[in-house]
Design a protein around this ligand. Structure first.
Ligand SMILES: Cc1ncc(COP(=O)(O)O)c(C=O)c1O
Length: 499
């Protein structure tokens, strides 16, 4: 380990820097601990040895170790040495991540203004598995055996065409299978050649933004809304305007008002299950938006991320299929119906746009994963996809019912945000407006429970409602009550502190 640490430090110290050696050494060891390069429990080399190997004064090392000790990064055992703390508090981990994401570092790294803005506003969580992570399906319930059998079959003698670059919007067999599925399950009006397969929704939005907008063009997004879409639109130079939502979905703004937003090129929305509040867009509102898009000659980007999971009544039909030739670009994903790590999504495009999107996709990202496309196509054709969705719908419905019961029993009915609880993979717990929902998110995360503060989803701070977005799909029933109790306890503490 001694040699490893010395190597690591020597390697990191090769770049010239005006920073004094003691500060630099302190920073590098601290960052290595936060990054996990120096794992919990690892013994640091004796100060004399490290000083010799690094060719620096021993006092420098002693002072750096003392500073790390005082700040809780390491502990010392008398006569035995200095060790990395077993459990670095989450706060420290967060602080480390925050400093890596902050502007001064970004500027020091020479990032562009765009790069710095992406990093500074990054909202993707480093934690993606565990109670109550929003947006994550139960990946352990996926029929891996069946999918693996199909994959193994293809791997035995993979046709060279599936191993080289793709060109044309994805494997035709998958586009064919998907077109049939979407027209039945989501009332999407499409043929296979209108589909372009992407590496998830993010890439689909990125492609549409690059091909259909120029820097400075206007996009409207829901507020609250999906931070991932906002990031992509902004990073492509779009002028993003947040638009309020109500119980009927995204509200068309009053264009005569003094503060009316400029007319958009894109209107990004989640009409079947507003993310994250859950409202389902009314038919009247849908028609209104479709008429506006036609009148303004702009595009509605319909993000249909979790609509396969509806637990009562009829499935909500897509906006795209409501009118022929609607000015809608439909975006879907396999992240919720299969698993997010698959990184597969798709665009359904008006026919006239397809050749441009095929060319743009191949040009910007060099298409691939055709073998996986083939496996997913067979998975759909053999009926496993629909069967899996059906099984997951029943599983998630049970989990949702259990979480609703826990909320009502342990907190009371007023805490449950009722819009959209009949669908999706998450629900919203309403908190008093006086409560700091980000602080509650932080406290429960330190105790091992993942949530997202509702206020994080708002772009306009004055609109921000306080709450917690709770994903239930990936929470097994036998552990749910215990995890929820951690939230109850944190809420009690927050209420007591505010009383
Ligand atoms: C609103 C919304 N759209 C889309 C996605 C899925 O994105 P992707 O297909 O890139 O995994 C998510 C994931 O959480 C989401 O919340």
């Amino acid at each position: 380990m001694r040699a490893l640490l010395a190597d690591l430090l020597r390697w990191k110290l090769t770049e010239p820097s005006p920073e004094p050696m003691n500060k630099r050494l302190y920073r590098l060891i601290r960052e290595s601990i936060l990054d996990g390069q120096l794992a919990a429990g690892v013994r640091l080399p004796a100060s004399r040895d490290l000083a010799n190997e690094m060719n620096i004064a021993r006092n420098t090392v002693i002072h750096v170790y003392a500073q790390l000790l005082a700040e809780g990064y390491v502990h010392s055992r008398p006569g035995s040495g200095t060790y990395v703390m077993d459990a670095i508090p989450e706060r420290l981990l967060d602080a480390g991540r925050r400093t890596r994401h902050r502007a001064p570092d970004a500027a020091a790294q020479g990032l562009s203004r765009r790069g710095a803005s992406i990093v500074e506003n990054a909202a993707a969580s480093p934690f993606q598995w565990g109670a109550f992570m929003p947006g994550v399906p139960d990946v352990s319930a996926f029929p891996h055996q069946k999918f693996g059998r199909i994959m193994r079959g293809l791997w035995r003698a993979p046709p060279p065409e599936l191993l080289t670059y793709g060109h044309g919007g994805g494997l035709p067999a998958l586009r064919e299978a998907l077109a049939q599925h979407l027209s039945v399950a989501r009332s999407v009006d499409c043929e296979a050649d209108q589909i372009v397969i992407t590496e998830g929704t993010q890439q689909a939005i990125d492609l549409a933004t690059r091909l259909l907008s120029d820097v400075g063009d206007v996009a409207w997004v829901e507020d609250p809304g999906y931070w991932g879409a906002r990031s992509v639109l902004k990073s492509n130079g779009m002028d993003v305007h947040p638009v309020a939502v109500d119980e009927e979905g995204m509200c068309p703004p009053d264009m005569q008002a003094a503060d009316a937003p400029p007319r958009p090129t894109f209107i990004f929305m989640t009409p079947s299950h507003q993310y994250p509040l859950g409202s389902i867009m009314s038919l009247a509102r849908r028609r209104q938006w479709l008429a506006l898009a036609r009148a303004w000659n702009c595009w509605i980007v319909e993000d249909d991320y979790d609509s396969e999971f509806r637990y009562s009544g009829h499935p909500i039909a897509s906006l795209q299929g409501l009118e022929p030739d609607a000015r809608v670009i439909y975006v879907g994903t396999f992240s919720k119906t299969m698993y997010p790590g698959l990184r597969l999504g798709y665009l359904v495009l008006p026919k006239a746009l397809v050749p441009a999107f095929q060319a743009g996709h191949a040009e910007l990202y060099r298409e691939g994963h055709l073998l996986t496309h083939g496996a997913v196509a067979t998975f759909i054709e053999e009926g496993h996809y629909v069967a899996h969705i059906r099984r997951m719908r029943m599983l998630y419905e049970r989990r949702r019912a259990m979480l609703v019961k826990l909320i009502e029993r342990r907190l009371g009915e007023g805490w449950l945000h009722r819009d959209g609880i009949d669908a999706g993979l998450h629900l919203v717990l309403d908190l008093p407006q006086t409560m700091d929902d980000r602080e509650v998110e932080r406290v429960v995360r330190e105790r091992g429970v993942l949530t997202r503060a509702l206020s994080r989803y708002y772009a306009v701070p004055e609109r921000a409602q306080k709450g917690l977005v709770l994903g239930y799909a990936c929470v097994p029933e036998n552990g749910m009550a215990a995890s929820f109790e951690i939230i109850v306890q944190a809420l009690r503490e927050a209420l007591d502190a505010g009383a």
